[in-house]
Structure formats: structure tokens, C-alpha cells
Design a protein around this ligand. Sequence first.
Ligand code: CP3
Length: 341
Amino acid sequence: MLKNDLYLKALAGDPVPRPPVWMMRQAGRYLPSYLRLQEKYDFFTRCETPELVAEITCLPIDEIGPDAAILFSDILVVPRALGQPVEMKSGVGPVLDNPIRTPQQAMAMRPVDASQALGYVMDGIRATSERLDNRVPLIGFSGAPWTLLCYMVEGRGSKDFSTAKAFCYQHPEAAKHVLKLLTDVIIDYLNAQIEAGVHAVQVFDSWAGLLGPEDFSSFCLPYLQRITEEVRGAPVVLFAKGAWYALELLSWRTRAAALSLDWTVTPEYARQAAGLDITLQGNFDPSKLLAPVGAIRQQVRQMIDRFGKDRYIVNLGHGILPNVPVAHARAFVDEVRGWSK
Ligand code: CP3
């Protein structure tokens, strides 16, 4: 039995004494204890070694105290499993080999058995569950098809992913072949994570906001719909960053248990667009964790007052920044833990 099930209660829409809190990228580079492991092991060694996955996933639980743990891994393990080597270059970010640049390359792609090809993630989940010892729920995750396609075509991070977008506009059939293949793999991958022991899964569509509403409906929505319909046994949270215009569609046309919000929407707008039957998560501007601690605490309280305590999970609007002082991250979480009406 979980000792702290606030996060799962909020996802189920059950009343809670206070909202749960966790931070996207909470197991990352702002933590000195993480940086020490970063010096010792390269990025994918950290992802592939179950003991390191368990240790890193638990660092913020031990040091900061959020109400949920997110598995230490990366969205780019999926392109790697599909045969595109990825290098994490310091100061540059991810660089992928053999970017998909022709329809022939796209059509030649074949799916893999995710539970096998990504078996090391499932081993990491089992090791992490043991180490967590039911203190808090464990969140599994995947990149969304669109966001993975962005990296697989562009070959690296980008402000506008214009190569990836051009590929979709020039070769929509080939792009949709890849999106469908990714969707199949992601569904198997998330179901395998759930079988291995995660309590909920989050789908990161970090680059959804690069698309306008019509293109979102053709390159993102149908695939996110299928994921929420075919992932079984645990709630699915969708994070379509930047796609504020799609909140209504995501709420009504998918089976997501929750929508994660970036900081460009007000709580009132998000609630009105998404309706009352879905949980909302977010949406503190990650840069505001650089404000003085007193201001952080005050704005967290205001944020909870505006979202309301139920059907709400306190989080950032995107990943925590590497230059955030640990004390500020702690104040953010602490303020929520001490919240009472
Ligand atoms: O703490 C957690 O949230 C769990 C682990 C996690 C990582 N990446 C570890 C990581 C999660 C959930 C991710 C998701 C991820 N990865 C996304 C979606 C969320 C988002 O931020 O939009 C994306 C787009 C990626 C791809 C990726 N991985 C990039 C662009 C980079 C380089 C830039 C950066 O943020 O550092 C990574 C590397 C990465 N993934 C790091 C970590 C802790 C930092 C590199 C390192 O530790 O050596």
C-alpha cells in the first residue's frame, strides 16, 4: 500500500486535504547529488543501469520531498531503440545519427518490441519501486509521437524544428507512417512500464506548440487519442506544451486523466476550456523559481487558490532549470505541503 497517494487521488478526482506537488525534471541538474553522478557515468549509462535509475529517481524524494517520483530516463530512448543512436553532448543537448530526411527512410522504418528493446527501463522501474518502498507513487513517461518525430527528423534540438516541419508539409504520408509507428511503439512501451510497476504515465509533447491548431489536429491529436485509449491499467497525463488552443480538444476527445499546463494560460481559462471532469497540472513558470523564496511561496499559494485544491496537481509549467537553488525548489514543494484552507 502506498504511504502517500495524494497524486493518484488527484488524478482520480477524489477529494484531498491539499493538492499533491512534484516538479518536471525534478531528478536533474539543479541537484548537486545528481551532478556528482553525472561526472561519473555518461547519460545513457545512467539510464540503462537499474541501480543508478533507482538512485537518481529517489534523490529528489529524499532531498526535496515531492508527492510523486518520476522515473529517471529520457524520451530519446525510443528513437535509440528504433535504431537511431543518440549522443547527449554537453552544452549542445541531444544529437541523433541518421536523421530521417527522405520519404524512403521514413517508409523503411520498422517497429520494435518495446518491452524487449527497452527492457532496461522496465528493470529500472522494478529497482526503483523497491527503493521507493511505497513512499510515493512512481510516474512513468514517454515522448509523444510528434515530439519524437521532431528530434528524429531534425537530428538535434532546435528553436523551430523547421526541418522536421518542412518534412511533414512536403511528405505528409511518410510523416504519418512514422507517427503511427511511434504511436504503436509508445502504447506498448507505456503498457510495459505499467506492468513493471509505474502508477501513472505522462506523455510529453514538448513541441506541440510549434504547430497551429489545424496541424495540431492532424499531427498530434489522433495519436494522443489512441495512446489514451490503448494504454491500460493506469491514468495517462498529457502535456502538450504551448498548445493552449487544444485544451478543450484534449479534454473532450481523449481519455486523459489529466492535462499538464505551461505557464501561458490562467487557471480560470484552463478550467473553463477543459471542463470540470479532468485534473489539471501545472503551471508555475520555471524561471520564477529564481525569484526570492518569499515571492515563490506567496505565488504558489495564489496558484493553489486559483486552481482549487481538488482535481489539481501543483507542478511547474516545464522542466526545472539547472540554475535553480535547491532551497528554492524546496520552498516550492514545502509551501504546498504546508497548505491548508
Ligand atoms: O526528472 C525527470 O523529470 C525525469 C527524467 C527526464 C529526463 N528527461 C532526464 C534528462 C525526463 C522526464 C525527460 C524528458 C525529456 N527529455 C523531454 C520532455 C520534457 C521537456 O523538458 O520538454 C525532452 C524534450 C527530452 C530531450 C532531452 N533530454 C533534451 C532536450 C536534453 C538536453 C537539454 C536538457 O534539458 O538538459 C536531455 C538531457 C537530459 N534528460 C538531462 C536529464 C536530467 C540533462 C543531461 C544530463 O543530465 O547529462
